[in-house]
Write a protein that binds this ligand. Sequence first.
Ligand code: NOJ
Length: 763
Amino acid sequence: MKRSSIAGQERFIFLVLFVLGVFTVVGQTSQTALQKDISEKVTALLLKMTLEEKIGQMNQYNGFYNVTGPAPKDGDAARKYDLLRKGYVGSMLNVRGVENVRAVQKIAVEESRLGIPLIIGFDVIHGYKTIAPIPLAEAASWDMDAIQKSSEIAAAEAAASGINWTFAPMVDISRDARWGRVMEGAGEDPFLGSDIAAARVRGFQGDDLSDPLTIAACAKHWAAYGFAEAGRDYNRSDVGTSTLFNVVFPPFQAAKEAGVKTFMNSFNTLNGIPATGDQFLQREILKDKWGFDGFVVSDWGSIREMIAHGFAKDGKEAARKAVIAGSDMDMESDLYVTKLAMLVQEGKVDESLITDAARRILTVKYELGLFDDPYRYCDETREKEIIYKEEYQDVVLDMARKSIVLLKNENNLLPLKKSGQKIALIGALAADKSSPLGGWRIASDDGTAVSVKEGMEAYTGNSLMYAKGADVVIGDATFIRELTINETDTTAFAKAVFTAKNADVVVMVLGEHGYMSGEGRSRAQLDLPGVQQELLEAVYAVNKNIVLVLNNGRPLAIDWAAEHIPSIVEGWQLGSQAGNAIAEVLYGDYNPSGKLPMSFPRSVGQVPIYYNHKSTGRPEDAGDNLVFWSHYGDESNDPLYVFGHGLSYTTFGYDTLKVEANENGANVTVWVSNGGDVTGKEVVQLYIQDPFASVTRPVRELKGYELITLEPNERKKITFKLTGKELGFYDNQGNWLVEPGDYNIFVGSSSATKLKGSFVLAE
Ligand code: NOJ
């Protein structure tokens, strides 16, 4: 009986596998047929195009006039309008809304000779109208399904608004919290960063690019932009080959393997060559070695910026160097459209490079379905239905909950009791309905985030008293203008201190305004900006029962708070539903499970600080208090909060770590148990160390993780399989090596776990 039912099951499984196999083969075949069809159409179209029209495809302009009004007659806008009509504009960015997109598309399609549609780009970084947590926060969830879903709804809203290409994901690894753009990325780790890169690409692009609710993605900024010297944006990067191949490149390669359609190059020089003019990056690695067949767009004006870098003497030389290096589309430098034809005629640029770039761009346009229907993304009814769709709020709420990291919770001050307490809520950010939307949210509407105050007000069992304490910024905070931080005004302190004095618990929401991170927003200090530290200490002097909720777009150096404040919640900038997610965590309706994707320094002087660093020849104090080892005399080497750190309202135990070597690597098993009395989620993390290698390897490297949920007292066995894929590394020539010998394994709750095993990989 049993046997036959197993045989039945086997037959069923076989049948399912067979059907799946057939579908996959059929799917692949139809995919190849589609590609062939597109390739033939592109070839035929290219034959009809003049040199200038091909160059036109490589030209991208910002939205240059009120597109639905009459065309301007004079000036630069009139000239650009004219170029659009001639078919010399291939793409526009920052035109949004169906009406506006339709207007520019109409000119391209109806007025230009060949009627080639535009591809419309926009920075959809963490949502379009409905705003998800900033990407760094989402990375703290370690939850790829949630991240994919978040990108999916961002794509749907943007696509419904006429956009068909996002300049995301930003997959730059960064170890420097001073760099404002860490908010856009996945943090410091290439393994986690690679998974997130792929999840975002899948989310934006879906399975079918021609679906009007998906958009083309763009892996940016290629490359090493996250290593801008001293964390100052647009600065140069000097990065050695080992770091380049093993840390900088992997998330880009993961995006490429996930099928990303475009790459954006970067503003920085890399080892003396502007990325935009770098043949090694764009041709050798990306297009030749990895076989990337999409197109590369320059960053905004980055072709022209090669002059300021000291790499090209004028615009003409900049255009020549960029196109030879493999930059296919010129974003706003206005140099391809003005210089390339001349360069070809003078024999300084081979026309085949132009044809290749145009081919790549046209292919993506075909894949988006723009040739079948240039107005595919322009449907007013769909726009109305999709923008601010109710269910998207659930998606971003879910994402926001999962992004919160409980950094510290002494004496179980959290979760808060739901009734009978007097709670003081302090901080200008607590009542802010725009700052939680974070940076890079150009299409969003100010004032649409749920504030922490609103989130907490939904819990009516306690009395909630609010006091601002101090402004973080003075005046309006805008995306493009420098902010004025409140460095002096403490007049509202007195009320906050009075409110705190009479409370059982004080919740303080402090940190950075949403526009303090993002492009051009580097900081030399990583403390609580302005007078907020003073405010925190003033409140602490009258009531020590403080829950500090951080709002920030980067790791902060909050050593005083870490020492004195009993509970600290990392609440980032969590988007439209920020306040609800934070309130749920504060009140225990959601048990936090986020883990830091970036180390928190103790002080700015430690930066760059990251867990996967190399050893030194003198890594440790020999115990005799001598000075000659790798350390600071005035600060510890360790971060304040390590990569992978994050607490829960329950506690997780790890035991019985087993590491069994096999031919290809090892099997690692560990038991994880929930020792508390509430259900909790844990990110089980596995790190490896290759202690002796032909090129030195980091002291630890994340190579596996699993998100699990455990009921109280539940135990679960977790298995990781390590193969050459996890154990190998790139040498300084970019060759992949898997070296036999000793490996150490660390498994646990964070990158600081002490649970250790080891194995030997046989020759
Ligand atoms: C410059 C930024 O570096 C890039 O990330 C962005 O996509 C473009 N501007 C377009 O807005």
